[in-house]
Design a protein around this ligand. Structure first.
Ligand SMILES: Nc1nc2c(c(=O)[nH]1)N[C@H]1C(S)=C(S)[C@@H](COP(=O)(O)OP(=O)(O)OC[C@H]3O[C@@H](n4cnc5c(=O)[nH]c(N)nc54)[C@H](O)[C@@H]3O)O[C@H]1N2
Ligand SMILES: Nc1nc2c(c(=O)[nH]1)N[C@H]1C(S)=C(S)[C@@H](COP(=O)(O)OP(=O)(O)OC[C@H]3O[C@@H](n4cnc5c(=O)[nH]c(N)nc54)[C@H](O)[C@@H]3O)O[C@H]1N2
Ligand SMILES: [Mo]
Length: 773
């Protein structure tokens, strides 16, 4: 395309205008309607033309030489050889045919967890799952890393996981009616950069300011003070990490003993209060969860617990929980306890009262909007009917034939021979990466599609280059946002990259099922079909949308504003018999007979304090006295665009900063900027110290996202050079109920490091050329 041109596009971190000049992307500008665009869009040009783009299909040298399964311990250190598309696709098709033939669908792992890109048709993970499902199925993954514990727990307690996955009480209701907003895990603005599927508007700064101006008072309960923006003037209560449940049980003790509970609400809307009450008062196990007891565990003074409890009972109180709370060992408990506290206060279903999750976790949570669905690419059904809870991937690869208890069922791990990943980065997202490395050697073949030479690409056997969203046509949007976006192709594919869809079309053709994979539709036909599904759903709700061509020409469509405030459980409150919850009792379950029937000691039938596997009160804290929090990165989405200037600007000497309290730093001779070694029995990494009283003593914070950079690739146990916290984290299910990830549960020690090794995470990958036979 000669001359200048502008088109609209979308990322998980916002919509933007893409400016091209003679077919080359030259700049991006924020979507003009976005009141608070994310700076992360600034990295677009740089990432599109990054020297780290996968430009050609490549196969690991040992595999080319000796065939599938060769020298799997050399994954991550073997060189890659450039092969043409035909050779690469022939190889992948032959492997799929071979493994399916020898081991059935249970030999192929295609869950492919990961956020992929914002465009909903070219959503890589959905494309892969559809491709594998249409070809006979695979082992899939269920739940997610974000809120896996809540997803399984909440249906037992309130009949649905909507309070974590979907619509919540809206900010206009909070601004109008709430007196006190208690934020467990905070409201950290860094997390408001992103919305899954992509936002047109970043609304959280606006809504939180509006709430404050309307007189809402905020309390932040978090080990990190900066977990709430200054403009909210919040009171800071810093518990030890992973002790929120104990703190809340202390609050419950005050509410119960001082007769501050709403007995009429408990009677009409809940079941099991007597059991929870007996536990709190010590009638169950001889230990009452008094404020003094809670203070001992959480490190928050008993007086502060008492006064918070009384304050919560004195007006309209909203109890919010961040998603991070449940990404910890026994992560089910703080969520159940938040629902229980809100039930004790009796304000569930009232404007500005009750509870909700994720307000500080994602842009768009509580954003007033109509309940319109986002476009979604249909994956079809997995005919194999096989799946594992998402975070049990290393357990599965290491333990074929072993069992896994999950929500009342017993699963048997399949024997995986082939792993296929597109749109996710397990060397970003999984815990205990040295253990994952050991597991990663077991499959015979690992295929990855990625756009860049990310760690997961570097640890594959076959790497296929995927386009970015700007190199293909798509549409995108999120149910948490008012806008739906056209995403027209702005530039030609970079290098030999192809869309994931195009790659799967060719593979399906080789395997003889192209027609069932594509249904005879090409890219733009699919984009139209996804749009049609959205218009149909909107029309069923009385919302008219333009025809496709008008939408595509306009570049976006904006839903009309909602007519009413959203209040979680309002219908149930209004008439619990006409609108019962989908729990066995139809009520909020403060005690669950169904969970009791599972007999899980690590998830008892009412919320309870269970010691996490590692925490500041555990014996292990003698050797590893610091609790590591590995939260989301502010300057990027997960590991995506880690090589960009914005992400690198936050690093110190090329490494991620680790926040440490002045007292902890001084004791170890650590100063701001010093390279430090973080370690425990699972692994070690290098980071750069940032000494700050923002964190409570005993707590260190290392954000996720640094591209995994092991000093000895393929060798588990070496020093990670870049500051990837997942070499330190614990790979354990939250409990047998939900098997969520326990990323926030990890103890470490830190020491100054003299000769820090050079970071090589962004070293270019030089492909070897195939020598003609
Ligand atoms: N310690 C710790 N670990 C955590 C967490 C934590 O709090 N602490 N949080 C967890 C959570 S909540 C999550 S959601 C996960 C996130 O984990 P992931 O979603 O796996 O992380 P991303 O970096 O977003 O991975 C996306 C990958 O897709 C690639 N990609 C992007 N677009 C395309 C495309 O169009 N096609 C293809 N083929 N590839 C593409 C990117 O380059 C990148 O490699 O991490 C989890 N891990
Ligand atoms: N910029 C940006 N935004 C993102 C993402 C990203 O990668 N980048 N990822 C998105 C995704 S996939 C998800 S799932 C969400 C995650 O949303 P969250 O899970 O809410 O986000 P985190 O940043 O992991 O954690 C929030 C805060 O919880 C606090 N915290 C940790 N442990 C505890 C504890 O035991 N008790 C208490 N009270 N507080 C604790 C930490 O100090 C941390 O800053 O973020 C989303 N938003
Ligand atoms: Mo997430």
């Amino acid at each position: 395309m000669p001359g200048p041109s502008t088109s609209i596009s979308l990322s998980h971190w916002g919509a933007f205008l893409a400016d091209t000049e003679d077919g080359r992307l030259v700049g991006v500008r924020p979507f003009p309607r976005d009141p608070a665009p994310s700076p992360i869009i600034e990295n677009t040009v740089e990432m599109v033309y990054s020297p780290l783009r996968v430009a050609e299909p490549a196969i690991r040298e040992s595999v080319l030489r000796s065939g599938p399964g060769a020298a799997t311990e050399r994954r991550g250190s073997d060189p890659f050889v450039s092969v043409g598309w035909d050779q690469a696709l022939d190889f992948v098709a032959a492997e799929l045919r071979r493994i399916r033939g020898e081991h059935g669908p249970g030999g192929i792992f295609g869950g492919s967890y990961g956020w992929s890109s914002a465009g909903r048709f070219h959503h890589a993970r959905s494309q892969l799952r559809r491709f594998l499902f249409a070809g006979g199925g695979c082992v899939d993954q269920v739940t997610n890393y974000s809120w896996g514990a809540a997803q399984v727990l909440l249906p037992h307690v309130v009949g649905t996981h909507q309070p974590v996955s979907g619509r919540n009480t809206s900010w206009d209701s909070i601004a109008r009616h709430t007196d006190l907003f208690v934020a467990f895990g905070g409201l950290n603005p860094k997390n408001w950069n992103v919305t899954a599927g992509g936002p047109g508007e970043h609304m959280m700064p606006h809504w939180t300011r509006r709430a404050r101006e309307s007189g809402v008072e905020f309390v932040v309960v978090s080990p990190v003070r900066s977990d709430i923006p200054d403009w909210l003037g919040a009171e800071w209560i810093p518990p030890r990490p992973n002790t929120d449940t104990a703190l809340m049980l202390g609050i419950a003790h005050v509410l119960i003993t001082e007769h501050l509970v709403d007995a009429a609400f408990l009677d009409r809307y809940t079941t099991g209060y007597d059991r929870l009450r007996a536990y709190v008062l010590g009638e169950e196990n001889g230990v009452a969860t008094t404020p003094d007891w809670a203070a001992e565990i959480s490190g928050v003074e008993a007086g502060a617990i008492r006064s918070l409890a009384r304050r919560m009972a004195s007006g309209r109180t909203f109890i919010a929980g961040s998603w991070s709370l449940q990404r910890a060992d026994h992560g089910e408990q703080p969520y159940w306890m938040i629902v229980a506290l809100a039930a004790l206060l009796g304000q569930i279903g009232l404007p500005g009262g009750g509870y909700g999750f994720g307000y500080g976790s994602l842009n768009g949570v509580g954003n007033p909007s109509r309940a319109l669905p986002a476009p979604q690419f249909p994956t079809g059904r997995n005919p194999a009917g096989l799946a594992i809870p998402v975070a049990r991937v290393a357990d599965m690869l290491l333990g074929p034939g072993e069992t896994c208890e999950f929500d009342g069922r017993t699963l048997i791990y399949p024997d995986i021979r082939m792993v296929y990943w597109a749109g996710g980065n397990p060397f970003h997202h999984h815990q205990d990466l040295n253990r994952l490395l050991r597991a990663w050697r077991r499959p015979e073949t690992i295929v990855v599609h990625d756009t860049w030479w990310t760690p997961v690409a570097r640890f594959a056997d076959v790497v296929l280059p995927a386009t970015t969203t700007l190199e293909r046509n798509d549409l995108g949007g999120s149910s948490r946002d008012r806008f739906l976006f056209a995403m027209p192709q702005a530039i030609a594919p970079v290098g030999a990259a192809r869309s994931d869809f195009a790659i799967f079309c060719d593979l399906a053709a080789r395997l003889g099922y192209e027609a069932s994979f594509t249904e005879g539709l090409r890219e733009m036909d699919w984009v139209r079909r996804l749009y049609a599904a959205v218009t149909e759903a909107a029309s069923a709700k009385g919302v008219a949308m333009p025809d496709f061509d008008a939408f595509w020409h306009a570049g976006y469509w904006e839903a009309p504003p909602p007519e009413t405030e959203e209040i979680l459980h309002a219908d149930f409150r209004a008439d619990p018999l006409a609108a019962p919850l989908a729990t066995p009792s139809g009520r909020i379950e403060l005690y669950s007979e169904r969970i009791a029937s599972f007999g899980y000691a690590d998830c008892p039938p009412h919320p309870a304090w269970l010691e996490p596997a590692e925490w500041l009160g555990s014996p292990k804290a003698g050797r590893f006295p610091l609790h590591l929090i590995s939260s989301q990165p502010g300057t990027k989405l997960h590991s995506q665009s880690d090589p960009s200037a914005l992400s690198r600007a936050r690093k110190v000497g090329g490494r991620e900063p680790v926040l440490i309290h002045p007292a902890d730093a001084e004791r170890r001779g650590i100063r701001t900027g010093s390279p430090v070694r973080l370690f425990n029995d699972r692994g070690a990494c290098v980071a750069a110290a940032r000494v700050t009283a923002e964190v409570r003593p005993g707590v260190v914070v290392l954000q996720t996202g640094a591209w995994f950079d092991p000093s000895e690739p393929g060798q588990a146990g070496g020093l990670e050079r870049h500051g990837n916290p997942n070499v330190l984290t614990l790979d354990k299910g939250t409990s047998r109920l939900a098997q969520g990830c326990s990323a926030m549960t990890a103890l470490v020690e830190i020491e100054p490091l003299q000769d820090a090794p050079e970071v090589k995470a962004f070293a270019p990958v030089a492909l070897k050329r195939a020598v003609p036979a």
